[in-house]
Write a new protein. Sequence first.
Length: 404
Amino acid sequence: MPSKLVVLLLALLLGLQPVTTDLYLPALPAITEGFGAGMGQAQLTLTALLLAFGLSQLVWGPLSDRFGRRPILLWGMAAYVLASVACALAPNMAWLITGRALQGVAMGAGVMAARAVVRDLYAPAQGATVMSQALTGLGIIACACAPIGGVLTDWLGWRMALLCLAAFGAFTFGLLLWRFEETLAHPNPNALQLRQLWRANLVILRHPTFRAWCALSSGSYLGLFTFLACSAFVFTRSMGYSKTAYGFFMLSMSMSYIVGTFWCRWMLRRTSVHRAVAVAAILTLSGGVSMAALAYAGQGQEWYGPTCVMGPIYLFMLGHGVHQSCGQSGAVAPFPERAGTASALNGFLMMLGAFFMGGWLGTHMDEPVFALAHGLLLWSVFVSVVAWTLVQRHGRSAPLPARA
């Protein structure tokens, strides 16, 4: 496949995450009010999605190592379209939560396979650059998602916003069916044997390179997840902005992320991956600390507004553009024969953290501003510590043990 086609397909597959979350977020308060549900149930529509997304990757990964990436992608995207239609037609909150969980299962196939495809086609160093290009495309998709979700929710209702997810899935499915060629040169006939699968997962978990990069990408994603889970309530309820205005705040956040991915590629041409991550962590920590400081200083003050939230988020997202590009490619780099399994394990641990974080946020949303500030501070400190210690010590791809 031409390299530009590969990047486009990767961007669409990785873009399933922002499409499924960012486009949905402006509709979340309207869905909650429409069904007469509480904030805990509203958060469950996100946490159920993410838990299903994480768990499903543990199954999709070995399946893709055994049968190849193409069949897993086609089955996964077909299921995503059906689940999205079910969500748009949901008659109650329980139906919607179930539909979101099924979306998460299907989404796991696309995102897991995208990360594995990078390892199939590229060496580790080049993989970080290609991942950065694909994540730039993800950022462009994310830029459109929140404004579209806000406008559709305000003008046509939340069901039409959710129906857009089905349209995106159908387009991606069609392009995969038409142009995607299998990237796994040698399927592993033993990938589904339980004993070997268990052993492979243990080997991956014990590998210090995997742990370093997985911790970095997971911590950075959990910081973003904290913002995604809280921001709709911060802007539409605490500050009184419309859903359309909130969508444009999200657009500006996505643009800062795109700048971060370009900055990542600029640094990778001039320095090592490890130094790039260490520099980006300075911005990550600055974002978390300034978010918490402004929240406490502005408590009850008239001057506290969107700039006090978005300014720190811009800093955090610049760093996020570097940490995700390097972290996701670095976590699978030592495992060319088990790229699907390593990608799945990385994705599972990331989403498991999001599930527990979502549960904590659901019990602290009486003050959304402080829930956001405390969560972002926690993960910015975590990411910085990992970037300055574990990544510097273990981030280079070490050889696998003989038994792997």
